[in-house]
Design a protein. Structure first.
Length: 170
């Protein structure tokens, strides 16, 4: 149970751990949380394997995540938000002038995807289920959504996963 920290509170007990791995070509930190203490010596290694499989699946599904974000209306919401942002000209090109930087005008769907960056990733499970739940938070750079993140969930086990975009969080 290397690296796991046991936590106990009034109505909860379990283990937490964080580790780094590659996802979409960048090094990310993943926070693991397993709610239960019984049979931890058996369950925690199995949970880690499940999380690794789920992250491997997610790594191959970046385009599906982008499609789900667009289907949830978040690209349209970004365009709506940018409608109130001043447009400036620099070097013969036009840009939205956001506080954190310039963004090409008009913003294409691919341009929007390029603004997305991983802000947080956690994996949750407990002894009542064999499923893993990944909670994913994506921000934009520059910040389009005023300090809010896009939240998405991946849930499943053994290579059968569902992806759901929850909308903005924060």
């Amino acid at each position: 149970m290397k690296g796991w920290i046991y936590q106990q509170e009034d109505f909860w007990e379990g283990y937490e751990k964080e580790y780094s791995r590659m996802l979409w070509g960048q090094q990310v930190t993943v926070y693991l949380s397993y709610s239960a203490a019984e049979r931890a010596d058996v369950m925690l290694p199995q949970f880690e394997v499940q999380v690794c499989r789920c992250l491997e699946w997610l790594d191959a599904q970046q385009d599906m995540l982008f499609e789900a974000i667009h289907a949830a209306g978040l690209y349209a919401l970004a365009l709506e938000r940018l409608a109130s942002i001043p447009v400036e000209e620099h070097g013969g090109s036009r840009f939205y002038a956001l506080a954190e930087g310039l963004l090409p005008y008009p913003l294409s769907p691919q341009g929007f995807n390029q603004t997305l960056c991983l802000e947080g990733l956690s994996a949750i499970a407990d002894d009542d289920s064999a499923e893993v739940l990944l909670d994913i938070f994506l921000g934009t750079q520059p910040d389009i959504f005023a300090y809010h993140s896009i939240e998405a969930f991946v849930c499943g086990q053994e290579g059968v996963y569902t992806l759901e975009v929850n909308g903005l969080a924060g």
